[in-house]
Design a protein around this ligand. Sequence first.
Ligand code: UD1
Length: 422
Amino acid sequence: MSEHFRVEGGARLAGEVEVAGAKNSVLKLMAAALLAEGTTTLTNCPEILDVPLMAEVLRSLGCQAHVDGTTVVITTPAELSHEAVSPAVGKLRASVCVLGPLVGRCKRAVVALPGGDAIGSRPLDMHQSGLRQLGATSSIEHGCVVAEAEDLHGAQIWLDFPSMGATENILMAAVLANGTTVIDNAAREPEIVDLCRMLAQMGAKIEGAGTSTLTVHGVPSLQPTEHRVIGDRIVGATWGFAAAVTGGDITVRGVDPHHLDLVLEKLRMAGAEVTVLEDGFRVAMAGRPGAVDFVTLPYPGFATDLQPFAIAMATVAEGTSMITENLFESRFRFVEEMVRLGADARTDGHHAVIRGVAKLSSAPVWASDIRAGVGLVLAGLCAEGVTEVWDVFHIDRGYPQFVENMQRLGANVQRVAAPPER
Ligand code: UD1
């Protein structure tokens, strides 16, 4: 049975919503638990499918891993398996983040490569090149990335691009290497800072977290820790856009508003009244949003994960918006679905030009990834009639309590179990 969301158009979302821990942080923190023998506890974990999947990956490596609501407890043995090849690995793109910890801890790793991704190609060349510079060999063999090192040593590493995944893997291998590693052009995302904070609590010596130069002084071993996952800025921003597109008024709690400085400024430029709170923010929009241009870039630029919401806003904005996608080449694929909803949108390479219309018109649409799916729900809220958003398992991978939160804010969104019509 395939599920879909039934989204009634014409809603105005208002109220307060609490955001859980960040998906893009918790999975890496779970992998970091591999670096220390003993029991690591993570709190404020989001209740999404990827968390039990990652727990399964860790169990396949010899850990005990228990997910209990928002708490995850991982016990790592003295001797780990270095082969992450179980079926769970293939189901989870982020499972590749066990590569660095396994190389650091076991000096070798075999990690099955996840399948293709709807948002575009996601190569591992920078992950591999970084590990090679730390003294490991790395190759792709029979669908797995294989890495091996006699001895890991510090190195000066320049990344071609501030990749989150490559920064995380190199960092997690370098914390247990001999000597000092400098990662230049490192990713600066708040989730990287969260990982650095947890590693520091475990005894790692890291300087420069949140800057583009990370300096890591290797230590012989790390200790387990207890750590609270940072709030999910992407989910938080989703609700900000939900307020903006529906002419609503939403207070978001559980995120650091400074992780969203640029996003909140863009919403202000679109005409929203934005209030920054200690543990969140409030976005209130009277009437239609104004057109604003967006360019996706690594943090502190506008996150590519928020691009579908920027497009949703642009479809109903007054005026014409240009949205530029610089990270993932296929991330505009879902714009075709927006057109089915009556959006006046065209894409050309990295750019999408959207002329806002006063009202969209409901249609059945298909989610191709987590954020595209949520972007379509936001557009559905602005469409006349009832929009069916299919393949919602994508949304469930990233948004705990999505339907419940929508309903709490006054949207008529229902989960419907029924066979697909095409
Ligand atoms: C992470 C996030 C994802 C977000 C993305 C960019 C997780 C689980 N996912 O993905 O939600 O959209 O960051 O902020 O945290 N690249 C290479 N070679 C490499 C590695 C990356 O060319 O070895 C390229 C990618 O194709 C892409 C860009 O670098 O164009 C950024 O990718 P990266 O930051 O690595 O994304 P992920 O860590 O996979």
